[in-house]
Design a protein around this ligand. Structure first.
Ligand SMILES: [Fe+2]
Length: 358
């Protein structure tokens, strides 16, 4: 199989995607006898999680919890399971859990590899199946071959290979019922950020742009339904599907400066990823509109407002931030490789000052 170059347009697909409320019941049909479940701490308190475990009846099930996507966490699990690997790994959680489980699968399949050389030379073909069950709607990890893992220096590194694409993704909105309306709309902000940044990525193409437009259409419908009835099942379902498409698009053409800034804010202030992207998106859009005069940015800004996200933007997202460090970290972020505008420190500081004024 062709693994491909990240710079040649491509989309890697799962073998199957299951969606709608109750879709976790497909786990009953899994062809695996030894299952390793990697979930977020506290997952056992969630009714939907307990249903997942119930659907695995008759199999040998081992459960691990994983709080953050760090090299240390992944290596801890690898050491524990390298002598008796499972047939199947089931990652249940947000992006950090699903990314850790993705990386764990590849490291278990390739005993000679480490984080330092995981993407150098060929990887063994799949011997362990991986099923991803997102419990948050915006990460998109379930849809792509990217795993973002934090090193011991605190820097997040994206690892990208077709062999990390989950075999199966299950998009069951039952997991979203425990989130507040504010949290749900914050996830929408990150998903919108994926649509916007893939629409204008340096690598974008008509196929990805059509996916990005579909994400925005789904978000509009989900927002209308969720504003009328919070936790509306149809609205949550559409949000899960928008998040999935966001994962397909970002896994193919990656993101840009808005995510680069968000990654630095996460590192500096511990701001949640989706909150940072939500608050940076309209300011990045208006700066791009002003700088490039390309009407796409004004159009995207009006779409952002029509989804009802503008009122949820934090006015002081950069409060207490070391601005020069923010600029330098953002410029060094891998997301800048696909930013539509080439930026140096002067342009990045210009954008940061624009964000401060807005
Ligand atoms: Fe994001």
């Amino acid at each position: 199989m062709i693994d491909g170059s990240p710079l040649v347009p491509h989309i890697w697909f799962n073998q199957s995607v299951h969606f709608r409320k109750g879709s976790i019941m497909v786990l009953k049909t899994l062809q695996a006898s030894r299952v390793l479940v990697v979930a977020y701490p506290g997952a056992a308190d969630n009714e939907a999680y307990r249903k997942v475990i119930g659907n695995l009846e008759g199999r040998t099930v081992q459960e691990e919890t994983c709080k953050t996507a760090t090299q240390g966490e992944v290596l801890r699990m690898r050491e524990k399971y390298e002598h008796s690997p499972p047939d199947l790994i089931l990652g249940i959680g947000g992006g950090q859990v699903m990314d850790s489980a993705k990386m764990l699968r590849v490291l278990l399949e390739n005993p000679g590899k480490s984080f330092a050389n995981i993407l150098e030379g060929p990887l063994a073909q799949r011997s362990i199946a991986y099923v991803a069950v997102p419990t948050t709607p915006s990460t998109g990890s379930e849809a792509n071959g990217t795993a973002v893992i934090k090193g011991s220096d605190g820097v997040k590194v994206p690892y990208v290979t077709r062999l990390m694409v989950p075999d199966v993704a299950i998009l069951d909105p039952s997991f979203l019922s425990t989130f507040s309306s504010d949290q749900i709309f914050t996830f929408m902000g990150d998903t919108f950020g994926h649509a916007y940044e893939t629409m204008v990525s340096k690598l974008t193409n008509p196929l990805i742009q059509s996916i990005a437009r579909s994400i925005i259409d789904l978000l509009k419908l989900a927002s209308a339904e969720l504003r009328q009835t919070p936790a509306d099942a149809r609205g949550l379902d559409k949000l899960m599907q928008a998040g999935y498409l966001g994962g397909l698009a970002t896994g193919s053409v990656f993101v840009g400066v808005c995510h680069a800034l968000a990654h630095s804010l996460e590192q500096q202030k511990g701001v949640a990823h989706s909150s940072a992207v939500l608050s940076l998106t309209p300011r990045c859009l208006s700066w791009h509109a002003e700088t490039t005069k390309d009407p796409i940015y004004s159009h995207l800004l009006s779409e952002f407002e029509s989804i009802g996200l503008q009122s949820r933007v934090s006015p002081d997202v950069l409060a207490g931030v070391d601005l020069l460090l923010l600029a330098r970290q953002a410029l060094a972020d891998p997301a800048m490789k696909t930013s539509p505008i080439r930026m140096k420190e002067q342009e990045m500081m210009g954008l940061i000052n624009w964000i401060l004024k807005k």
